[in-house]
Design a protein around this ligand. Structure first.
Ligand SMILES: NC(=O)c1ccc[n+]([C@@H]2O[C@H](COP(=O)([O-])OP(=O)(O)OC[C@H]3O[C@@H](n4cnc5c(N)ncnc54)[C@H](O)[C@@H]3O)[C@@H](O)[C@H]2O)c1
Length: 366
């Protein structure tokens, strides 16, 4: 199969759909890989690295789309790319269709086969192509939180690990899922005192089993949260209720009970946020202050560490790319239920019912 990797053109996106290692796996199976020149620059990969792995470098995005049977990328296509997508072309990327009717209509019109990373789903309900980005964001939340606790950037002036004779800082993590566990692990590694809350006892039991003793689990309730926030230096929001907006676990009135300079990092901002005062920010201007509490609410945290994010993402997408390339989309999806759940739009038809529901379309999904 001919596989194309275009350069991402969405604002501030530095990731790329495939690493040279991924290209090598495809070319050694006799597939042809086209990559747009400089597509990997933002993630630290150069044209020569791709060439060495067997890719053919093309000069323009138009050539990549025109030459390929399958496009593998990171972000959803943006308007400039809509007309480049060909009928029957496989497009394998994050789409998040339910959040854009314009994109959905454009992909229906394209007659392409749109397979969305975010809906590829294992039998246990886990989403294997979303997990790495939650891992990155969870770990980053502590790195960012620790930075914004510094006084010159308006934090409390607390070193999370403390020093001999000075107790460590206190971190409260809301949600013991992928983000929460990675955050707790990083905070514990720095020597902070960590409390992690969830409503799922199974998750709390797991955390209790695997984490060191200075990571304490507590059931998530308004009463417990109100008590803990008064003494916390850094609070991480990593809750998720699948398919729903995040619950507002920290309301505006609670900010008054926090100490000035407390930092709150709302990783769940992409689902509306779990703090009432959350509004999405960017890497250019990541924080704002309300009632002396520093808010960090960047919606695409992994974008700041494109090398790690690209490698983490392509580690999990590559096995599916290989299946699609070897067998074609129909056979690959027939043989692999998790991959078949990624099918969102096929040759002009929406095949994922949550999309039609999101826009209140009456079309029946088959
Ligand atoms: N900002 C970013 O760049 C970025 C990057 C990756 C993921 N995210 C977001 O981070 C959020 C968490 O993702 P995840 O992969 O960890 O999800 P997850 O499903 O693995 O974990 C969510 C956890 O929240 C728990 N939870 C639900 N309600 C709760 C409550 N009231 N109190 C405490 N815990 C509660 C669930 O039981 C679950 O354990 C999602 O909204 C995801 O989209 C954001």
């Amino acid at each position: 199969m001919k596989i194309g990797i275009p350069k991402e053109i969405k604002n501030n996106e530095n990731r790329v759909g495939m690493t040279p290692a991924g290209v090598f796996e495809l070319t050694k199976r006799n597939h042809i890989v086209y990559i747009q020149t400089s597509a990997g620059f933002g993630s630290g990969f150069f044209d020569e690295d791709y060439q060495e792995a067997g890719a053919i470098i093309l000069n323009s995005i138009e050539e990549v789309y025109a030459s390929s049977d399958m496009i593998v990328k990171v972000k959803e296509p943006i308007q400039e790319e809509y007309q480049l997508i060909k009928p029957n072309q496989i497009v394998f990327t994050y789409f998040h269709f339910a959040s854009s009717e314009i994109l959905t209509k454009a992909m229906i019109k394209s007659d392409a086969i749109c397979i969305a990373y975010e809906t590829v789903e294992e039998a246990d309900g886990s989403l294997p192509l979303l997990i790495p980005m939650s891992e990155v964001a969870g770990r980053m939340s502590i790195q960012q939180g620790a930075k914004y606790l510094e006084k010159p950037i308006k934090g409390r002036g607390v070193l999370l690990g403390g020093v001999p004779g000075v107790p460590p800082g206190k971190v409260l993590v809301l949600g013991a899922g992928i983000v929460g566990i990675q955050a707790a692990k990083m905070a514990a590694g720095l020597g902070a005192h960590v409390t992690i809350m969830d409503i799922n006892m199974k998750q709390l039991r797991y955390v209790n089993d695997v984490m060191p003793n200075h990571v304490v689990t507590e059931f998530s309730s308004e009463y417990n949260i109100r008590k803990r926030i008064e003494e916390s230096d850094l609070i991480i929001g990593g809750v998720l209720i699948k398919g729903a907006k995040a619950p507002k676990l920290i309301t505006k009135d609670m900010l008054k009970n926090m100490r000035p300079g407390t930092v709150i990092v709302d990783v769940a901002v992409d689902q509306g946020g779990c703090f009432e005062t959350t509004k999405a920010t960017t890497h250019e201007d990541p924080t704002y202050i309300i009632d002396d509490v520093v808010h960090y609410c960047v919606a695409n945290m992994p974008g700041a560490v494109p090398y790690t994010s690209t490698v983490a993402l392509t580690n999990v997408t590559l096995p599916y790319v290989i299946k699609l390339a070897n067998d074609g989309w129909e056979k690959a999806c027939e043989n692999n239920v998790p991959l078949s759940k990624g099918l969102n739009i096929v040759k002009g038809k929406v095949v994922y019912k949550e999309i039609t529901e999101a826009f209140n379309w009456e079309t029946e999904v088959t």
